[in-house]
Design a protein around this ligand. Structure first.
Ligand SMILES: O=C(O)c1ccccc1NCC(=O)[C@H](O)[C@H](O)COP(=O)(O)O
Length: 262
């Protein structure tokens, strides 16, 4: 059993328990259901966009503890000050040490840029939850979902006014997404089953993604020079967590990084 299998099995049990306790109608009553969302697509396509989607990541299955002292408030303010295109917040607790409260706290501070709820979506309930806590974008990981689930969850997100980042690691996973047109596609350079990171994944798969899509490269981006290379392959977004979070001041690290890509 891979760690990804373990995460998914755990998530399914966790969600079944939450669904038994929290009626979906309660989520729908959240004030976030009335708010207008910020578009990731728009933010990445804006003239002068940095393209950086900066992640708040306390720990991970591959690296263990990355940063257990940084606060959501200081990191969110730092990332916004660095002019990121969007923020990514891990809301999984058991494997990444994040919480839904983290995203809610960031939302109060961040009233200008899109926030991605980074989690392992295995049930439509989590998409309603994402809307209720103030997210603008959800992640659908093709490795964890069937083609029909990708389609149905994508439709549910759109109905709720949320954008979807479809994450793939292989050609087979890309093939699961029907009608690629105009989608936001993230190529994860990290193999979620082995944790091996290889930036060549982004480069190899880039040409398989239609030009109407927004292409995002995810994971293992540790040097500003990598961004220049990826831009040549048509990437407009760059999801970065550990490179910023492993420093004492993630916001400042993000600012230094962005200064070097301008
Ligand atoms: O990061 C992990 O160890 C991991 C393990 C299993 C599933 C997902 C995992 N990471 C999620 C991500 O995709 C990254 O947090 C994100 O792309 C940022 O990556 P990085 O810049 O390398 O922190």
């Amino acid at each position: 059993m891979t760690i990804l299998d373990k995460i998914i099995a755990f998530k399914k049990k966790e969600i079944a328990k939450i669904k038994a306790e929290v009626p979906v109608q309660k989520l729908v009553q959240s004030p976030s259901f009335g708010r207008a969302t910020f578009s990731l697509k728009k933010s990445l396509l804006e003239v002068g966009s940095t393209g950086i989607i900066a992640e708040f990541k306390r720990q991970s299955p591959s690296k263990g503890i990355i940063n257990d002292t940084a606060t959501i408030a200081e990191v969110t303010n730092g990332y916004l000050g660095a002019n990121v295109a969007a923020q990514s917040i891990l809301t999984d607790t058991s494997f990444f040490g994040g919480t839904m409260a983290d995203l809610m706290e960031a939302r109060v501070i961040n009233q200008q840029k899109p926030i991605l709820r980074k989690d392992f979506i295995v049930d439509g309930f989590q998409i309603v939850e994402a809307k209720a806590i103030g997210a603008d974008v959800i992640l659908l990981i093709a490795a964890c979902l069937t083609s029909a689930e990708l389609k149905n969850y994508g439709n549910l997100a759109a109905d709720l006014g949320l954008e979807v980042l479809y994450e793939i690691h292989t050609q087979e996973e890309l093939d699961k997404i029907n009608d690629l047109d105009n989608k936001i596609i993230g190529i994860n350079n990290r193999n979620l089953k082995t944790f091996e990171v290889d930036l060549e994944h982004s480069i190899k798969l880039a040409s398989q993604i239609p030009d109407s899509c927004i292409k995002i490269s995810e994971s293992g981006i540790s040097d500003p020079r990598i961004i220049m290379g990826l831009k040549e392959y048509g990437f407009q977004g760059f999801l970065i967590g550990e490179t910023f979070m492993k420093t004492a001041n993630p916001g400042e690290a993000c600012q230094d990084f962005i200064n070097q890509i301008r």
